[in-house]
Design a protein around this ligand. Structure first.
Ligand code: PSV
Ligand code: MN
Ligand code: MN
Length: 386
């Protein structure tokens, strides 16, 4: 295979998971701007996700968030997804939208609240059994706002104990993916604030526990690709929640704020052997002012472009320059790949996959947007940012 053929083949196998909640209405704490035609239930979210997959060919799975996507029969929902040419992906837990969780969930000082949160996490594994999902994605809003508010050390003990119980419930082929976030909603101390804390817990839990890097969950200036490289070296990178940030956890379209950062991350993924089924590429975004489905298509395309550039890095030339200590040449090799316009290459790849070369145009021409506006009245709120 020529090198270009290998790059194309790799691009064809890419899979970007889209989040059910990105299809619904969302907003900031100031206002949710309702859009016409948004899904009214999980099935309609899947129907929209199928449109994204139809035009991109690389978005075959959809992440669920429980209870936002609560249904009576999860196996039936999985079957419905299958009929649409999709699969259900990560099951995201939610222990942050209940009054009982004001002071935390599995780190709470009260064992009754911890039990309630744990029961929810165990229910999420039951749902995985029914849907065939392999990943349980855990993010905890737990933390404290004031020094002295709670014992931050004991909270770690409670966290470890809770995670161990959930871990013990995982079946073969199931993973626990632990997500970190440096602040918000807690402002003084978050219980899983950084990759180091997440890594320490996952290491203790065992092989089935890995870390999720949400690209919006770092302080400005953080070198995220270094974290990615480190986690890959340790076999502990489970996946990504992709999105862009300008200020905090903005949840904007991935690759919109800093496409160069996305390229650097994807380069470390490729370089570190993380480009494959073991690292989940998920989106975690909210589209507050832009139309949802095209925004998700754009996000998938942005991931593809960053990936194509990362795959195009001349690693041999880079290694030579690095060995020779040729700082400028090494940087130039990397920048050459980043500065390549990969859109024609991706158009070719899409053509070879039997797709329209222009996914955005294909969606526009499909008539789906007008159809859902006509058919769906009273769309559902995503459940986040309202
Ligand atoms: C928290 O900010 C987070 O990134 C977690 O992944 C949640 O599950 C998700 O956002 C909800 O959008
Ligand atoms: Mn996330
Ligand atoms: Mn987030």
């Amino acid at each position: 295979m020529t090198e270009l053929a290998a790059v194309k083949a790799a691009l064809k196998t890419q899979a970007v998971e889209t989040p059910s909640w990105a299809y619904g209405n969302s907003g900031t704490r100031f206002k949710v701007f309702a859009q016409q035609g948004v899904p009214r239930d999980p099935r309609e979210k899947l129907a929209d996700a199928a449109q994204v997959h139809a035009v991109t060919g690389v978005a075959p799975t959809v992440a669920l968030h429980i209870p936002w996507d609560k249904v009576d029969d999860y196996a039936a929902l999985a079957k419905y997804a299958e009929d649409l040419g999709l699969r259900l992906g990560a099951i995201n837990s939610n222990t942050f939208q209940d009054d009982d969780y004001k002071l935390g969930s599995i780190c709470h000082a009260d064992p009754a609240v911890r039990r309630k949160a744990l029961d929810h996490l165990l229910e999420c594994v039951d749902i995985m059994d029914a849907t065939g999902s392999t990943d349980l994605k855990l993010w905890f809003a737990d933390g404290t706002n004031y020094p002295g508010q709670d014992d931050i050390r004991e909270r770690q003990d409670r966290l470890a104990e809770g995670l161990a119980e959930v871990y013990g419930r995982l079946g073969d082929g199931q993973r626990l993916l632990l997500e970190y976030k440096f602040f918000e909603p807690a402002f003084y101390a978050t219980d899983v604030p950084d990759w180091g804390t997440a890594y320490a817990h996952c290491l203790k839990l065992g092989e089935k526990a890995q870390v999720v890097v949400d690209t919006g969950h770092h302080a400005p200036g953080t070198n995220i690709e270094f974290i990615v490289a480190t986690l890959l070296r340790e076999g502990k990178l489970g996946g990504f929640d992709f999105n862009s940030r300008f200020y905090a956890d903005d949840d904007l379209m991935v690759g919109a704020a800093d496409p160069f950062q996305l390229f650097r991350i994807m380069y470390e993924v490729v370089r570190g052997g993380g480009y494959g089924p073991d690292v989940a590429f998920m989106l975690d975004q909210c589209h507050n002012i832009e139309p949802k489905i095209p925004a998700i298509i754009r996000s998938v395309m942005n991931v593809q472009e960053a990936t194509a550039k990362a795959l195009l890095v001349d690693r041999e030339a880079l290694a030579v320059a690095q060995r020779e200590g040729d700082v400028l040449e090494a940087n130039a090799v990397l920048m050459d790949a980043y500065n390549t316009d990969v859109r024609p290459l991706l158009a070719e790849v899409r053509g070879e996959m039997g797709l329209d070369a222009d996914p955005m145009g294909a969606y526009r021409r499909s008539g789906w947007a007008a159809k859902i506006v006509e058919e769906r009245v009273g769309g559902q709120q995503a459940g986040w940012g309202a």
